[in-house]
Design a protein around this ligand. Structure first.
Ligand SMILES: Nc1ncnc2c1ncn2[C@@H]1O[C@H](COP(=O)(O)OP(=O)(O)OP(=O)(O)O)[C@@H](O)[C@H]1O
Length: 243
């Protein structure tokens, strides 16, 4: 099986400091992989480097493939066109446009290769709250609604793989569950999803596989069920204590 998204020897160096060194990471179509780790572990650097970009312009090296096609030589906007979509922390929503205009502002282009650009109706089915607020301005939305709109706008572009950087940040617990359930639905619809989350307790409920990053390296990974019992996860992130 060819993974939908795969990277080899992905590294990011700021000045002389290596912030990321990932020998191999792959996400299959239909799979939801969670990336967790402490502040500064390199989670954002990982998802940004897959797009060939990061704040502060690190030197990025390594291979990235999407549906078997090499992307490493392409600039970020070309990677987006190929279907590698990042939803960064902070969302990317136009504040002075209505929800519907935010959605209509992207997408609509013809996509080959069995890629699915979500139509407005598909999006409203997935996010009923956005349908209710279709006439509201971006600036009037709650944090959770903005997060949903950010994801919805990426869906308009026909993603093959979605990279989500902390979609639950700043959200009330009830909304965290809603957002993550929607993310799980997107993987079930066939997308490859890489989800960076600080909220390990919530993430482990939805992901298929969990990857733990420390100081830019993968130090543990495995199926969610097994990782729940890994002492590095249980003690540091789930509040369990060794007996
Ligand atoms: N602009 C920058 N200039 C220099 N070093 C940076 C820069 N951005 C990140 N780094 C380095 O990369 C490391 C990883 O940062 P990154 O933002 O990827 O961590 P993170 O796991 O996403 O953390 P957080 O959860 O706090 O967002 C940091 O510890 C820092 O040393």
């Amino acid at each position: 099986m060819i993974p939908m998204l795969e990277t080899r020897d992905l590294a990011a160096v700021y000045g002389g400091n290596r912030a990321l060194a990932i020998p191999h990471l792959a996400v299959a179509a239909g799979e939801l992989v969670g990336v967790v780790g402490a502040n500064g572990a390199g989670k954002s650097t990982l998802v940004n480097s897959l797009l060939g970009w990061s704040r502060g312009r690190p030197r990025i090296s390594g291979e990235v493939t999407l549906a078997g096609e090499a992307l490493s030589h392409l600039p970020s906007f070309e990677r987006v066109r190929k279907g590698l979509l990042l939803i960064p922390e902070g969302k990317l929503v136009f504040a002075t446009m209505s929800v519907e205009d935010n959605l209509l502002a992207v997408g609509g282009q013809l996509l080959g290769d069995r890629r699915r650009a979500y139509a407005l109706d598909d999006i409203y089915d997935l996010f009923p709250g956005l349908k209710e607020r279709r006439g509201h301005l971006g600036a009037q939305l709650s944090g959770g609604e903005r997060q949903m709109l950010g994801i919805a706008r990426a869906l308009r572009l026909g993603p093959r793989a979605l990279l989500l950087d902390e979609p639950s940040i700043g959200l009330a617990p009830r909304l965290v569950a809603t957002v993550l359930a929607t993310v799980k639905q997107l993987a079930a619809d066939g997308l490859a999803v890489l989800l960076v989350e600080q909220n390990v307790r919530a993430a482990i409920e939805v992901v298929d596989r969990l990857v733990l990053i420390e100081r830019g390296s993968i130090v543990a990974q495995g199926p969610a069920g097994a990782m729940r019992d890994d002492p590095r996860i249980a003690e540091a992130y789930l509040g369990a204590h060794a007996t």
